[in-house]
Design a protein around this ligand. Sequence first.
Ligand code: PMP
Length: 349
Amino acid sequence: MLPLTVLEEVSKKLVDFEGTGMSLIEMSHRDKIFDTIHNETVALMRDVYRVPDDFHIIFLQGGATFQFGMVPMAFLKKGESADFIVTGTWGKKAHADAAVVGMANAIWDGRDDGYTRIPAQHELKFNPDAAYVHMCSNETIAGIQWQYFPETGGIPIVADMSSDVLSRRIPWEKFGLVFAGTQKNLAPAGLAVVFIQKDFATRARTDLPAYLRYDLHIKENSLYNTPPTFVVWVMNLTLKWIQSIGGLQEIERLRDLKADMVYAAIDKSGGFYKTGIPKDSRSKMNIVWRMESEELEKKFVEEAAREGLDGLKGHRSVGGMRASVYNAMPVEGVKALVDFMAHFMKKNG
Ligand code: PMP
């Protein structure tokens, strides 16, 4: 979901960008106009997400998935190993890709619990020589989210924050690299935003094909090849929208408000809506729950859709229901959902 004001501004300016007689998406990415937007977007990202000066911010194609392979290709050198904390589908995919490249140790795997919880610090035993520790801060499908970031004994963390990027302040000092696909909280699909700590960046291999070289993308300010200019433009507008409503602090307040509303509806339903996820692992972005039977779940999704509540079906790999409450979801949207949940329970409970 994108903020309505952003979509409206895009539609207003799409054909003729600010009186230039041309659409922004027709312009060269070397054009001064796009260059200004690009640099402003990086600056906005740094400001809104409070990214310290010792981090590079780059935009890369291939989404978050491409980073699953690109990170180990650059940072997992011969004879080295990396630690993986596998908390769900996305942690598993990142681990599998790294294992193709080198030694990827899954030091914790939530498989036995069906990926329904985040591990506690004491369950994590890091290899002191690991090149980095990979984690996924929010498992979009399982609906579980880290509410702390682990102490690794100084090993840089590589974090996939695709589905909770810009939804909270993060302790930047713990990270070597953070990446996030743009299509949840930032813009349409088409890019990953990659934040790389400057010292960590110097460890990246440079003897790789060009697109795999972080050093090259950093040096070329993400313009080594043609970027999807539309995605950068929409991200620019989304960042301005966050600023306009009060920044990250306001995003955090709204996020808590919205997530609490849905979890309260689940918790007070007396088991009609069920979540097996313990409170300290519950995602504030993707709220998942089940009902007594698949038949009832299907009915819920169908009737909700008729009320204009779209996309509540859980991911096909896990079933059940999922409400994704990304940044742009208005409180009224969540209110409509919890009202529907109460109404549906009354009729079917
Ligand atoms: N990581 C997470 C946490 C995700 O939610 C997703 C997509 N849903 C991905 C990675 C893959 O992202 P992409 O489709 O941009 O490659």
